[in-house]
Design a protein around this ligand. Structure first.
Ligand code: ATP
Ligand code: MG
Length: 227
């Protein structure tokens, strides 16, 4: 399917991302980049598998109404994926923008927590929850992207790690934003109160919000004692 590219949004170690139009709709194309240090066959297999997995999870979550981009097209052989363009800025930029008022930041952080909880409620753990992988629109609503490392899981550990990763990043990269993690965790648990206990998924019961928050405490303690 033709993608009319407009501009390059991102050039990272793993992926190159362009914005543009797909069937007249604002879209982005994510192109997997070969890793020079890996054997080409292995690289192809790994990249192929990751992109397939990312696409499958995006479809599953988007169908459930989650705040993630819709998948428009996929060509795993070429290593390209075309998806809906989310109009928003990465959370990392939002938190560094001195012109934004604290109420907006709070909304953005609570919305981020709610978005994470909704992903978790489907038994999906993100695996790379950095402030680059959360996009915030003008209303302060959060969208999660970059599910290349996400997996389906039912053990509470990986859910706790997801929260711990973003906790560490908020503490290290945005220490001046007060109570950032508290707002995020408030959003996380309010979303569960709003919707009630998580539904059983195909693989079993998903850890509840309070089980995950308890595990986060446990991970924090382990990290404090063992580095
Ligand atoms: N659906 C989207 N809508 C808007 N912007 C997007 C979208 N997907 C990706 N981007 C932009 O492209 C950037 C990189 O995308 P993504 O996080 O999916 O790649 P990545 O796997 O982190 O790449 P690398 O590991 O090479 O850094 C994002 O941080 C975001 O700025
Ligand atoms: Mg990313």
């Amino acid at each position: 399917m033709v993608f009319q590219e407009e501009q390059r949004l991102h050039l990272g170690a793993e992926a190159e991302v362009w914005s543009g139009l797909w069937m007249g709709r604002p879209a982005v194309r994510k192109l997997r980049r070969p890793r020079a240090w890996r054997h080409p066959d292995l690289d192809h297999r790994l990249g192929h598998r990751r992109m397939m997995s990312e696409a499958r999870l995006l479809v599953r979550m988007h169908r459930a109404g989650l705040a993630v981009p819709a998948l428009f097209d996929l060509d795993p052989e070429q290593g390209t994926m075309i998806m809906e363009q989310i109009s928003g800025r990465p959370l990392i930029e939002v938190l560094r923008d001195p012109t934004l008022d604290p109420a907006f930041l709070r909304t953005a952080l609570e919305s981020t927590g709610a978005a994470i909880r909704n992903v978790h409620r489907l038994a999906v753990t993100h695996g790379d929850l950095s402030t680059n992988n959360v996009l915030i629109n003008d209303q302060g609503e959060a969208f999660l992207i970059d599910f290349g490392l996400a997996v389906i899981d039912y053990e509470v550990e990986r859910f706790g790690i997801d929260l711990h990763v973003i906790d560490e990043i908020l503490g290290a990269s945005h220490p001046d934003v007060e109570h950032a993690i508290d707002h995020l965790l408030t959003g996380y648990s309010h979303e569960e109160e709003r919707q009630g206990p998580p539904q059983e998924q195909t693989g079993g019961a998903v850890p509840t919000a309070s089980e995950v928050l308890k595990r986060l405490e446990n991970v924090r303690t382990r990290v404090r004692y063992h580095g």
